[in-house]
Ligand binder design. Structure first.
Ligand code: ATP
Ligand code: MN
Ligand code: MN
Length: 306
């Protein structure tokens, strides 16, 4: 089919036009959404997602033949036309991860079949020290959505008691993610061990709702708070990432006030996310960027020694 054009608008740079091949290829058979829809989606959210990607190693999940066919989780840019790698000096002896600096990079990745965008918890400013913690709320079998909403609030409250503000996003899949921006003071091991201790505290306090152990059998009827995202070279679906699942949900940052009205982890999809973003009066995560919190006090409050 004919190459289609995608117009990329980036604040404040001038629009660029990029060629898309196989734009009419159906990516999601359940909705008929096409590769061009995905490319246009990433072009349209570029200004929202790029601040999250700056200097941050990324992985992508590609669906070259659509999400009903085998997909690839790609950690390196080698062999992927138009994609750039992170500075090799960041992780000596290892192939670089993927680097996104401009809207064109997102479009180039979507042109290569990218559906999902995953990132590390640290950036090139301090690659071995996380600048955020991620708590990934994973519902076990039989957990109803209202329990997920309640769980997110309980988790927010515990973090507040430890002196930590958290920010909420849908995952675009089944659950919710809480992000905690932190000053890059501690290494990955301390960050992961601390987040594990937080989750264990939660599971001990409300065992009928939470588990701190992964594995589907451990969590029937309960919610696993996945702290394993906080380990070295682990990744998490980034804000605004589309998800390679039927319906193409997207991971959407929201205000805590929005939580009661959410209908699920895929409340927004590739189809309605751009209109939602256009209607936003402010960035619900605006203060996220201005809140690099110290973990030291939270560690003390929990009785955790790094
Ligand atoms: P949900 O709300 O449905 O749980 P999620 O994004 O929290 O969505 P998953 O899609 O199960 O959860 O992904 C778990 C994590 O594992 C992701 O954060 C991702 O970065 C990572 N991951 C996913 N696929 C792979 C893979 N093939 N190899 C390595 N890591 C992966
Ligand atoms: Mn999850
Ligand atoms: Mn998980």
């Amino acid at each position: 089919d004919k190459p289609a054009a995608a117009v990329v608008r980036e604040r404040p740079a001038a629009p660029a036009v990029l060629q898309v091949t196989h734009g009419s290829r159906i990516v999601d058979p359940t909705t008929g959404l096409t590769k061009l829809d995905v490319v246009r989606y990433y072009a349209s959210v570029a200004a929202w997602v790029l601040p999250h990607l700056r200097g941050r190693p990324a992985y992508i999940k590609r669906a070259p033949l659509g999400i009903a066919e085998p997909m690839v989780f790609q950690q390196h840019p080698e062999g992927l036309k138009g994609l750039h790698g992170t500075d090799p000096a960041l992780w000596p002896g290892h192939d670089p991860a993927i680097a996104f600096a401009r809207a064109e990079d997102l479009v180039a990745a979507a042109q290569l079949g990218m559906i999902e965008l995953h990132t590390w918890n640290s950036t090139d400013r301090a690659i071995d020290r996380p600048d955020r913690l991620v708590f990934d709320l994973d519902p076990g079998e039989g957990v109803a959505w209202p329990q997920m909403q309640e769980a997110a609030l309980l988790m927010r409250t515990l973090l507040q008691e430890l002196g930590l503000q958290s920010w909420l996003k849908t995952t675009g899949g089944k659950g919710l993610h809480l992000f905690v921006p932190v000053a890059p003071e501690f290494g990955y091991e301390a960050a992961k061990d601390f987040s594990e201790a937080v989750v264990q505290h939660m599971a001990r306090t409300i065992p009928q709702r939470f588990v701190a152990k992964s594995g589907p059998r451990n969590r029937v009827g309960r919610i696993f708070i996945d702290y394993l995202r906080n380990g070295w070279v682990q990744s998490t679906a980034e804000a605004y990432s589309a998800r390679a699942r039927p319906g193409l949900g997207v991971s959407m940052p929201v205000r805590w006030d929005d939580l009661p009205a959410l209908t699920g982890g895929a409340h927004w999809t590739l189809v309605d996310a751009p209109a939602h973003l256009a209607s936003r009066k402010a960035d619900p995560w605006e203060a996220y960027w201005r809140t690099p919190q110290s973990l030291a006090g939270a560690m003390r409050a929990l009785g955790f020694r790094p």
